[in-house]
Design a protein around this ligand. Structure first.
Ligand SMILES: C[S@@+](CC[C@H](N)C(=O)[O-])C[C@H]1O[C@@H](n2cnc3c(N)ncnc32)[C@H](O)[C@@H]1O
Length: 284
């Protein structure tokens, strides 16, 4: 089956009337799937993985809860978490996605929706996910995507170079990748946690791209806060994992405002030495 036929199947499915599907068809109208792949439609999502591909982790139930309640998840990520996020992502979306006709995908989106016309792709079928697949093996045809977002995902992939190759493959010439990745932060599985990268390491990983720019995302205060919160929770847990979770959440709620010092420190040149996260923008 060629890619056109596959697109036709998706078009027929679009005729179905549930409003969730209508929203999806609006988002999926510019995407082209590789023709030969098998998929099934489950809960209004296009699933390219077999039933056996479940990836539970220790905190899965808690994360499923927060991801089902997107508002709460966003609040935890952008307010309570130790990471300070500036306005860079919003500006990037304003400049490169909003009001434009194109194909935009967010890899490893979780249930986080960052734009109405951006397709959410994840290995888990969270609410708001449109395409369920492994980001190391994307179902999209070559040179078919205008912008790829991949936020806090590469550290969860065993072989990130495979994913970066896939991103390069599906991007149109001149297309953009926006990648957020951690450097100095603690262990956090989703469903696994494999690696950390420096700014130079990321440039090397994305060396195939024509241009690559890396900047500090969440700065040194965010890094220090994450590590300090973990340290306090570990010490006060007395070795009990339930107490550890209780203290971690309590300490996070009490200390998160400290992260806003990064409004200033992000701009210090040495901030990159212990930045919590970096943001990479690459052009194919
Ligand atoms: C830390 S969360 C980030 C979620 C969201 N991008 C954000 O910024 O809040 C990592 C996400 O990557 C997804 N993920 C991990 N490994 C994946 C893989 N191999 N393929 C697709 N998604 C994956 C997880 O299911 C999870 O939703």
């Amino acid at each position: 089956m060629g890619s056109t036929e596959c697109t036709m199947i998706f078009s027929q499915k679009r005729a179905e009337t549930r409003s969730y599907k209508n929203l999806m068809s609006h988002q999926l109208k510019n995407i082209k799937f590789k023709g030969h792949l098998r998929f099934k439609e489950t809960n209004g999502k296009y699933v390219f993985l077999s039933d056996g591909d479940k990836h539970p982790d220790e905190m899965d139930k808690l994360k499923q809860f927060f991801r089902k309640h997107h508002g709460l998840y966003k609040f935890l990520k952008y307010v309570i978490s130790p990471l300070y996020f500036d306005n860079f992502l919003n500006k990037f979306i304003e400049n490169n996605v909003e009001g434009k006709e194109g194909c935009y995908i967010n890899l490893g989106s979780g249930s986080l929706s960052i734009g109405e016309n951006i397709i959410n792709v994840d290995i888990s079928d969270y609410n708001n996910v449109h395409v369920v697949c492994d980001v190391s093996d994307l179902p999209f045809v070559d040179s078919s995507v205008d912008v790829v977002f991949i936020l806090s995902v590469l550290e969860h992939i065993a072989e990130p170079s495979k994913t970066v190759k896939e991103i390069y493959r599906v991007l149109k010439p001149g297309g953009l990748v926006y990648c957020e990745f951690p450097f100095v932060v603690g262990f956090h599985a989703a469903p696994y946690d494999f690696n950390r990268m420096t700014d130079v390491g990321a440039k090397e990983l994305f060396r195939q791209f024509n241009s690559v720019d890396v900047r500090v995302g969440s700065g040194p205060t965010s890094a220090l806060l994450w590590i300090a919160q973990e340290w306090v929770a570990i010490v006060l847990s007395l070795g009990n994992r339930y107490l550890y979770r209780f203290w971690l959440l309590t300490v996070m709620c009490l200390t998160f405002p400290v992260k806003y010092l990064d409004v200033l420190f992000n701009f210090f040149p040495a901030a990159k030495n212990i930045a919590a996260t970096f943001v990479l923008v690459g052009r194919k």
